[in-house]
Design a protein around this ligand. Structure first.
Ligand code: UD1
Ligand code: UDP
Length: 367
């Protein structure tokens, strides 16, 4: 059986790397890797770390690309690859425009799609934008649905997806995290090497979502600046996403503050280590909401909603919203109130046991 995995951005690559490894280890499956390169540098960082050499690279990324540009280029690029390779199954991941456009290209060629990380929902089609609709549409094209949690399965059932096509596997991000965290690593980045992790409290920040660009990012970054200026024992480390609009906002509101370090995106190994050495994390990332709870790190999510409520229910993740006052207040509470901090800083694992990729490969084999 010929299975093609397709991905294009950093988080998809991190979460699909263990799936590629598991498929390659499964007898009777030929695994082909196609990258759209919706991201370039941030994708290549992950390919290098996990030693994945793609069979196809559509190389579509353009500076400041629009959603239509990504979608159109992926659909036409994938058509050629699909016609040539005629895979039995194509695996896509999550909710990016690569995911949706690849699923659509497969549908046009009548090629079956498997959806990894299926069934997450906010039920607001504009938030996260365009990810909520990307995930819904890819889900309705897919034949096989690999849902990380029971809640995700329930979401799919409510949309009429047949039960015998849904498999609860856990999230493959935990496979990637456990494998990476188990390898020894010392920081190479000059800024990180100089940070006194023993005596300072490090707040790791990431922020990149399209719906946060503009007014919300101004609010979030101003709150972080307020905290950094108030607390001398805090160091903020923010590996800034390569989106030029994010970079401009980060520099505008957080540049020039001594204890705020704006650095380049980190490869996955140092980023996992940074998370594990942080006091807490402020983020709008999906993947980090899943990783940090299993590292026992409190997370403030700077978004209005989340499609990952499991860790919120368990108490390690709090929705901080996008206004300056609330983000500031919740960060201050974690810094000042040990009881509140301890309540959140507990390792929980609602997203998987590190074996999701193996399960996915075995289910595909069986089908
Ligand atoms: C994309 C996904 C989002 C995911 C995020 C992960 C869509 C619509 N969005 O958003 O779901 O959470 O990736 O990071 O699929 N850039 C570079 N080099 C890189 C990567 C990006 O220069 O390696 C710059 C380019 O100018 C690019 C811009 O960032 O045009 C935005 O990239 P894009 O993939 O369109 O959107 P993201 O915000 O990264
Ligand atoms: N990550 C990384 N380097 C960084 C920032 C994040 O390797 O500098 C990892 C992080 O651990 C997580 C993933 O990238 O696994 C999240 O990607 P991103 O925030 O870009 O996308 P999202 O998860 O929001 O879709």
């Amino acid at each position: 059986m010929k299975v093609m995995t397709v991905f294009g951005t950093r988080p998809e690559a991190i979460k699909m790397a263990p799936v590629v490894k598991a498929l390659k280890a499964e007898d009777g499956i030929e695994c082909i890797v196609c990258v759209t390169a919706q991201h370039r540098e941030m994708l290549d960082q992950v390919l290098d770390l996990f030693e994945i050499v793609p069979d196809y690279d559509l190389n579509i990324m353009k500076p400041n690309q629009t959603l239509s540009m990504i979608t159109a280029n992926v659909i036409t690029g994938m058509e050629e690859v699909l016609v040539k390779e005629k895979p039995d199954l194509v695996l896509v991941h999550g909710d990016t425009s690569t995911t949706f456009a690849t699923a659509l290209a497969c549908y046009y060629q009548q090629i079956a799609v498997g959806h990894v990380e299926a069934g997450l929902r906010t039920f607001d089609k504009y938030s996260p934008f365009p990810e909520e609709m990307n995930r819904v549409l890819a889900g309705h094209i897919a034949e096989l649905h690999f849902a990380p949690t029971e809640r995700n399965r329930q979401n799919l059932l409510r949309e009429g997806i047949s039960d015998d096509r849904i498999f609860i596997t856990g999230n493959t991000v935990i496979d990637a995290l456990l494998e990476t965290a188990s390898k020894p690593y010392e920081f190479e980045d000059e800024t990180l090497k100089k940070i006194d992790f023993e005596n300072k409290r490090v707040i790791t920040v990431t922020c990149h979502r399209r719906e946060n660009l503009g007014e919300y990012m101004a609010e979030i970054f101003s709150a972080i600046a307020d905290i950094a200026r108030e607390y001398e024992d805090v160091e903020v480390v923010y590996p800034v996403h390569m989106n030029p609009k994010v970079r401009e906002a980060a520099n505008k509101y957080l540049g020039g503050i001594d204890n705020v370090h704006l650095i380049e995106p980190l490869t996955y190994q140092p980023f996992v280590k940074l998370q594990s050495k942080s006091f807490f994390i402020i983020t709008d990332s999906g993947g980090i909401q899943e990783e940090a709870p299993s590292l026992g790190k409190p997370v403030l999510v700077v978004r209005k909603e989340t499609e990952r409520p499991e860790a919120v229910d368990a108490g390690t993740v709090k929705m901080a919203g996008v206004d300056r006052e609330t983000v500031y207040r919740l960060a201050k509470e974690l810094l000042d109130n040990k009881e509140e901090y301890d309540k959140m800083a507990k390792a929980i694992n609602p997203y998987g046991d590190g074996k999701a990729s193996k399960r996915i490969a075995q289910i595909i084999h069986k089908h």
